[in-house]
Design a protein around this ligand. Structure first.
Ligand SMILES: [Zn+2]
Length: 235
């Protein structure tokens, strides 16, 4: 009798665990879906149809664990808050912020992105620059800066551009490329299609986020977008 009871218990455990695993696999957000959720959230933001809030119930749920749908590497500018401009709630974005949204030699940024991809199964990495970025403008002007600020600004890449709009675009594409150049892990995840890395630009005037083509890794071991930054199309 005891043996039969144990056998039945084991059967229940197998069935329960099996169904749980299946449900988790089903609930994994794919890269295009995650990108669409950011686009939908930005649409709500610019049309004043805000939805998200962090209530008590959500707080209790998140205390058990996080499951963000995207990593966003954004400029530290106070007007570019990812959760607000994408109208997403607590626990939905894994946000990394630094002036000029740089990823060059910034192991804290690249390492954190690796953590989100590897351990939180984040399917989307967005590198977002913005209109009139102070870091980009300082580089265009050639403003001298010393110490840590000087080192940070030296990592902003404006290419051969003379105007801020084009320079912001060049910098964001460059920084997105850097993620693949500096991280074997992120590069492997991009090549295998498990994640996409998307450069984007935020408009301070309209609130709209313009997404570009995801960066790609090509045969000659250079990111596709870095070969011709201007070739990346806008969506
Ligand atoms: Zn900025």
């Amino acid at each position: 009798m005891i043996n039969r009871h144990r056998l039945f218990s084991a059967f229940l455990i197998v069935v329960f665990c099996g169904s749980t695993l299946s449900a988790e696999e089903d609930s994994v957000v794919k890269p295009p879906e995650a990108l669409q959720r950011l686009k939908d959230g930005n649409r709500r933001f610019i049309t004043d149809q805000l939805e998200k809030a962090a209530g008590k119930e959500r707080l209790v749920e998140l205390a058990k664990g996080q499951k963000p749908i995207a990593t966003v590497i954004a400029c530290a500018d106070s007007r570019v808050s990812p959760e607000l401009i994408f109208n997403l709630g607590l626990g939905e974005l894994f946000v990394l912020r630094v002036a000029g949204n740089v990823a060059v030699d910034a192991h804290a940024i690249v390492g954190s992105a690796e953590y989100a991809v590897m351990h939180l199964n984040v399917p989307l990495v967005v590198v977002i620059g913005h209109e009139n970025c102070g870091a980009v403008k300082a580089c265009l002007k050639g403003d001298p800066a010393s110490g840590n600020l000087g080192r940070l600004l030296s990592e902003v890449q404006v290419g051969n551009n003379l105007n801020t709009v084009a320079a912001v675009r060049s910098n964001v594409i460059f920084q997105a490329d850097q993620l693949l150049l500096e991280s074997d892990l992120l590069r492997d995840f991009v090549v295998s299609g498990r994640i996409i890395v998307v450069p984007a630009v935020y408009s301070l005037n309209t609130g709209e986020v313009t997404f570009m083509d995801p960066v790609k890794w090509v045969e000659d071991k250079k990111p596709a977008a870095s070969i011709s930054p201007q070739a990346a199309s806008i969506k």
